[in-house]
Design a protein around this ligand. Structure first.
Ligand code: FMN
Ligand code: ADP
Length: 299
């Protein structure tokens, strides 16, 4: 897959199936658009292109809050998902005040007409341009609008997945994403307490703007130095010890190595329970033994 800033001089000239949208998470609803794109690319002997934005368009329209910078995936994972879904060319354009003022007609003239389009694919609710143009504005193209995909009679959407992650329902998030919700980060030093209670934990600090699942204890898989292990994670303030900062920590099963400075990827599989402020360390250890049993048995 080639990733480019959208410019007339950088667009590929071969016939292409153009998929339009923002695609936070590239969830099962989004994946349906790419399935159609692959079908059409085969029959029309065309490439697949996506024209999208690196950041959330709401930044231009809404009062700022930090969540506007967050995504369901890291930038790296987002690229991997586009590639896995068959995208050949990813064209990025910044969603700015100037961009937001373009009408649907301007967008077609300045962007679509620069590409050699064999077909256009959009989602069921696609609107574009300052005039809120619909697919009718794209009727000069071979245009496909993909119907909404539901799960448990409810639309699959980035908003629904975001809510599931923030409430700790990572199983629902995973089911709607079609893959496991993940966070990557550097393994850093904590209080060096974990080893003294028989449960060393790799403290994972992410530099990506992503949603952190709700505080609690989770069954996870963790990838470190190219290998994947089962583990159990804690997200919280280590209330039992009066901790002040929120950490993501993973006790990794069948693992005995020093990994400070390594990059680890944590895949969230299931919420086990909420965080508890225990009266003493013994009660915490007893609870962690139980968490371990659940995490080891989870399939
Ligand atoms: C599976 C698991 C469950 C945990 N549950 C709790 C909990 O309920 N309450 C709590 O205060 N800390 C909990 N912790 C966090 C521990 O307090 C923390 O890992 C320990 O203090 C070590 O911290 P350190 O990495 O800074 O040395 C849990 C940690 C793990 C790995
Ligand atoms: N099974 C394991 N799970 C997690 N970390 C482990 C494990 N075995 C060894 N380690 C190492 O020990 C460190 C965690 O020990 P811990 O006492 O909790 O210290 P810290 O407070 O610095 O996290 C990890 O960062 C890692 O380098």
């Amino acid at each position: 897959m080639k990733v480019r800033k959208f410019k007339e001089s950088t667009v590929d000239k071969a016939p292409t199936i153009l998929v339009l949208g923002y695609f936070d998470g590239i969830h099962r609803g989004h994946q349906a658009l790419f399935e159609k794109a692959r079908d059409l690319a085969d029959t029309k002997n065309a490439t697949i292109s996506v024209l999208t934005f690196p950041e959330n368009p709401s930044i231009v329209f809404s009062k700022f809050n930090e969540n506007l910078l967050k995504h369901l995936t890291s930038d790296k994972k987002r690229l991997q998902l586009f590639e896995k879904n068959g995208v050949d060319f990813l064209y990025l354009t910044d969603f700015t005040s100037h961009f937001a003022k373009l009408t649907s007609h301007d967008f077609i003239e300045n962007y679509l007409k620069k590409l050699n389009i064999a077909a256009v694919i959009v989602g069921f609710d696609y609107k574009f341009g300052s005039d809120n143009g619909t697919v009718k504005a794209l009727s000069d193209y071979d245009i496909y609008q993909i119907p909404q995909i539901s799960d448990s009679n409810e639309k699959i959407s980035s908003t629904r997945i975001r809510k599931a992650v923030l409430s700790g329902d990572v199983e629902l998030a995973n089911q709607l994403l079609g893959y496991h919700y993940e966070l990557s980060g550097l393994v850093v030093h904590g209080e060096a307490r974990g080893r003294t209670i028989g449960y060393p934990t790799a403290n994972v600090e992410s530099k990506d703007y992503q949603y952190m699942p709700a505080t609690g204890v989770y069954v996870v898989d963790i990838e470190v130095a190219g290998k994947c292990y089962r583990g159990m994670a804690s997200i919280g303030y280590n209330d039992t010890f009066g901790g002040q900062t929120k950490t993501l920590e993973v006790n990794i099963f069948e693992f005995h190595d020093e990994i400070y400075g390594e990059t680890a990827t944590v895949y969230f599989l299931k919420l086990i329970r909420g965080m508890v402020k225990f009266d003493g360390v013994e009660a915490l250890i007893t609870q962690m033994k139980n968490d371990e049993k659940i995490a080891r048995e989870f399939v």
